[in-house]
Design a protein around this ligand. Structure first.
Ligand code: S3P
Length: 424
């Protein structure tokens, strides 16, 4: 797909449902008793992989454009799948479902696409094995395919080396099946959607500082869930609004959970003009964001802020390329094990566009302010890379071509529709 510099960026955009919350709604609804109704569910390929996996384990799920209905089978009602469970491109499905499968009475095998088969699974295999799970990497490389044989589990107190909501959630979900209390302490707080939503379903979950705890509970109860817009999808238009001269856009229905709102903090610190409107604090907090073109300046992004903006770092790189001065991103080695190696890929193509960017072991250093020009970018089958370079194209002279641009289907199927509407 080909993109060009924007002469205008204005209008309103309503952001589709949050990917992390959509996955969890299907998973917890499947394990609950009764029906769970989910509105504003993200119909992206990753969340559809989650639906598919639970259907294969006997859960009836009705998927209509207005809502999805999950007819839960209870904590012990899943059936052994008759074939391998295909996780597609979804790391969240793979890691969270492993925690659930560890506590079943059957054996299952999980696999996924080429990217999933390269992503590290030792981080969940280790704590789940400590709980008594039998979980084997079929090719012996600590990646999927994984073969999981359900086993009696016991509670553990796990100190995770990485701040990862996927690891934390896998352990907490296995904790639903354990014989006592399970807790996870992380080096920095990662997104807490599992803790919030499991509690709504009736689980005995508590959280304090960087530790989340769960006690086994025999029943979860089906719920009504309205999924807020995904701040990780909003991030592309936040960045666009800040960097395109004269831009003014209203981004509606954005989830602003404090474990996810790092991009708002960073934008503010860089001098970005963003106003929060219509704030709503029921359950997962939301707001509309009014974003105006701003003169950004470079900052340092590090430490406990990183998990709150980990998926937004590629597009934050684009903001930094337009900012005056130097932006330093550190403590973000996790970028190397996402859908692609996002340090390498961002450095390669932003350099090709004329940006002064250097990769480091755990992030990047960007000296902003150089004019960008179009180039040919390969998305590396990574949705966040494709969307970040679509945004970079808005301020680049000449054509930017993105190979593999349709990968946005993973998290934001209507991205190009919204993008062209705002730039018309
Ligand atoms: C996710 C957690 C994050 C994030 C991913 C979704 C989740 O991964 O990058 O896109 O839904 O739990 P980690 O917490 O493992 O870094």
């Amino acid at each position: 797909m080909k993109f060009q510099k924007a002469s205008v960026l204005k209008g309103e955009v309503t952001i589709p449902g949050d990917k992390s919350i959509s996955h969890r709604a299907v998973m917890f609804g499947s394990l609950a008793e009764g029906t769970t109704e989910v509105t504003n569910f993200l119909q992206g390929a990753d969340c559809l992989s989650t639906i598919d996996a639970f259907r294969k384990m006997g859960v009836e799920i009705e998927n209509t454009p207005e809502k999805i209905l999950i007819h839960g089978r209870g904590l012990h009602g899943l059936k052994a799948p008759s074939s391998v469970l295909d996780m597609g491109n979804s790391g969240t499905t793979t890691r969270l479902i492993s925690g659930i499968l560890a506590g079943q009475t059957f054996e299952s095998t999980l696999t996924g696409d080429a990217s999933i088969q390269k992503r590290p699974m030792r981080r969940i295999m280790e704590p789940l094995s400590m709980m008594g799970a039998k979980i084997v990497s079929v090719n012996g490389n600590d990646c999927a395919p994984l073969c999981i044989t359900g086993a009696p589990l016991h509670g553990i107190h796990y100190h995770s080396k990485v701040a990862s909501a996927q690891v934390k959630s896998a352990v907490l979900l296995a904790g639903l099946y354990a014989d006592g209390e399970t807790s996870v302490t992380e080096p920095a707080l990662s997104r807490n959607h599992t803790e919030i939503m499991l509690r709504c379903f009736g689980a005995d979950v508590s959280a304090e500082d960087k530790t989340a705890k769960i006690c086994p509970e025999p029943h979860l109860q089906g719920q009504k869930i309205h999924v807020p817009g995904d701040i990780s999808s909003a991030a592309y238009f936040i960045a666009a609004g800040l960097i395109v001269p004269g831009a003014e856009i209203l981004i509606k229905n954005v989830g602003i959970n404090p474990t996810r709102d790092g991009i708002l903090k960073v934008a503010k610190e860089m001098g970005g003009n963003i106003t929060l409107l219509n704030e709503n604090n029921d359950g997962e907090p939301t707001a509309d964001l009014l974003v105006k073109h701003s003169h950004l300046h470079g900052i340092t992004i590090e430490g406990s802020l990183i998990p709150a903006l980990i998926d937004e770092l590629p597009v934050i790189n684009v903001m930094a390329a337009c900012a005056e001065g130097t932006t330093i991103i550190r403590d973000a080695a996790e970028l190397k094990v996402k859908e692609s190696n996002r340090i390498d890929v961002m450095v390669r193509y932003l350099s090709a566009m004329g940006c002064d960017i250097t990769g480091t072991d755990d992030g990047m250093v960007i000296v902003g302010g150089r004019p960008l020009h179009g180039t040919e970018v390969d998305s590396h089958s990574d949705h966040r890379i494709a969307m970040s370079f679509a945004i970079a194209s808005l301020i680049a002279e000449g054509d930017t071509k993105i190979k593999g641009s349709d990968v946005v289907n993973i998290s934001y199927p209507d991205f190009y529709k919204d993008f062209s509407r705002l730039t018309q």
